[in-house]
Write a protein that binds this ligand. Structure first.
Ligand code: UT7
Length: 335
C-alpha cells in the first residue's frame, strides 16, 4: 500500500525471525567421508556444526517462509500489512519467478511488491539498507526482508576446502515506518568491486569458469572459492568498514551496544575485534553452531541477539557484511 505521507520519517525494526533446517552435521560427520578433522575445522574456522536442508520438505524457500512468518508474528502483524518483500539469496530454487514472489503468495502478502536481491553474504545488510531508504521516501510503510541461503545445495561435499565452511539458515526482519526521523538507519554503505568476482563464484557451465582459475575437482553448479584471497579481503574490509561507520557517525565503541558481523570465519571476526578494540560481549558469535550461512548469517544473528535481550530501544547497533561479488555493506541503526 503506497503511503501518501510526505513528512520526514524514520524506520523501526518491528520484528525479527529466523529458521534453520532440522538436520545437523558435526565436523566429525563430515570427517567420515572427507579428508578433514574436527580439529582442523574448529581451529581454522571456529565452526563445530552446521544445519543442512536434507529433509525433502526443507529448502531455501521453506526457510524463507518460516523466518518471515516468525518476524511477522514477533511484530504482531499480518503478511497483508507488508507492501514489499525483499529476499536476498544466491541459492534460490529458480531465478524466475523470484522466491520473494512465492514467499509473498505463500504468506498472504500479495499484491505487495516482491523481488530477489543477489549480494551473496552481504544480502541481508543490503536489504536492510534498501528497506530503510524506501521507507524514508514515504512510498512504503512496511517491508519484509529475508536473508537466506541453503548453501548445502551448492557446495560439493566431495571437496574439503569449501564444503566444511558453509551451512543453511534464514534471518528475517519486518521494517516499518516510524514518525521519528532519528530512528532507523543513520548511516549506511552499499559497495562492490566486481573485479574480484573470480575469488568466489558459482559457475553453471564450463564457459563461466575464467581460464585463469586454478584447476579443481569441483563440479559445475557448485561454489568455487579462493579461500586465502577471500580471507585477506575480508580481514581488511571488516576493519575498514566498521572504522568508516564509526568515523562517519562520530560514534565510539561505548556508544554502540552490538556489532553484528557476518559470520564468515572466527579468525576474521577476531582479527577485526582485536584491531578495533571491540569487547567480546559486543560482538556476537554463532558461527560455531551454524557455520557460514551466507545471506542468512546477519539476520540470524540479529534475531538471536534480540531474543536474548542484548539490544533495546534507544540503543545503536552496527551491522556489517562482505561476500561474493565482491560486495560489502554497513548499516548503523538507532533502535
Ligand atoms: O562469506 C564469505 C565466504 N568465504 C569466506 O569468508 C572464506 C574466507 N577464507 C577462509 O575462511 C579460509 O581461507 C579457509 C577456512 C577457507 C581456509 O583456511 P586457511 O587457513 O586459509 O587454509 P589454507 O587454504 O591456507 O590451507 C591450509 C592447508 C592446506 O594444506 P597444505 O597445502 O598446507 O598441505 C589445505 O590443503 O589446509 C588444507 N586444507 C584442509 N585440511 C583439512 C584445506 N581445507 C582443509 C580441510 N581439512 N577441510
Amino acid at each position: 500500500m503506497p503511503s501518501d505521507s510526505s513528512m520526514p520519517c524514520g524506520a523501526r525494526i518491528a520484528g525479527t525471525g529466523s529458521a534453520v533446517p532440522a538436520t545437523v552435521w558435526t565436523n566429525d560427520d563430515l570427517a567420515k567421508t572427507l579428508d578433514t578433522s574436527d580439529e582442523w575445522i574448529t581451529q581454522r574456522t571456529g565452526i563445530r556444526q552446521r544445519h543442512v536442508c536434507i529433509a525433502g520438505d526443507e529448502s531455501a524457500f521453506s526457510l524463507q517462509c518460516e523466518a518471515l512468518s516468525k518476524a511477522l508474528a514477533d511484530a504482531g502483524m499480518e503478511a497483508s500489512e507488508l507492501d514489499l518483500i525483499i529476499v536476498a539469496s544466491v541459492t534460490n530454487e529458480m531465478t524466475c519467478p523470484s522466491n520473494a514472489c512465492r514467499v509473498a503468495a505463500e504468506l498472504g502478502a500479495a499484491p505487495a511488491g516482491a523481488f530477489d536481491l543477489v549480494a551473496a553474504c552481504s544480502g541481508f545488510v543490503y536489504s536492510l539498507n534498501l528497506a530503510d531508504s524506501l521507507i524514508r521516501t514515504g512510498r512504503h510503510r512496511a517491508i519484509g526482508i529475508v536473508g537466506c541461503d541453503a548453501m548445502s545445495n551448492v557446495v560439493d561435499f566431495n571437496e574439503r576446502t569449501v564444503s566444511v565452511l558453509f551451512g543453511d539458515a534464514a534471518g528475517a526482519a519486518v521494517i516499518v515506518r516510524d514518525d521519528d526521523p532519528n530512528k532507523g538507519c543513520v548511516y549506511q554503505t552499499l559497495q562492490a568491486d566486481g573485479s574480484g568476482w573470480k575469488a568466489l563464484f558459482l559457475p553453471r557451465k564450463e564457459s563461466d569458469v575464467p581460464p585463469e582459475s586454478p584447476p579443481c575437482d569441483i563440479e559445475m553448479g557448485f561454489l568455487r572459492m579462493e579461500g586465502r584471497e577471500v580471507y585477506r579481503f575480508a580481514v581488511s574490509k571488516f576493519k575498514n568498514v566498521i572504522e568508516d561507520a564509526m568515523q562517519a557517525t562520530g560514534l565510539g565503541v561505548d556508544d554502540v551496544s552490538q556489532f553484528i558481523c557476518h559470520q564468515s570465519n572466527i579468525r576474521i571476526i577476531e582479527s577485526a575485534k582485536e584491531k578495533l578494540g571491540l569487547p567480546d560481549d559486543k560482538v556476537y558469535v554463532n558461527i560455531d553452531r551454524y557455520g557460514n550461512t551466507s545471506a542468512g548469517s546477519v539476520g540470524l544473528c540479529l534475531d538471536e541477539i534480540r531474543r536474548a535481550g542484548k539490544i533495546h530501544e534507544g540503543e545503536t547497533i552496527i551491522l556489517v557484511a562482505f561476500g561474493g561479488g565482491l560486495t560489502w555493506a554497513s548499516s548503523v541503526w538507532n533502535l
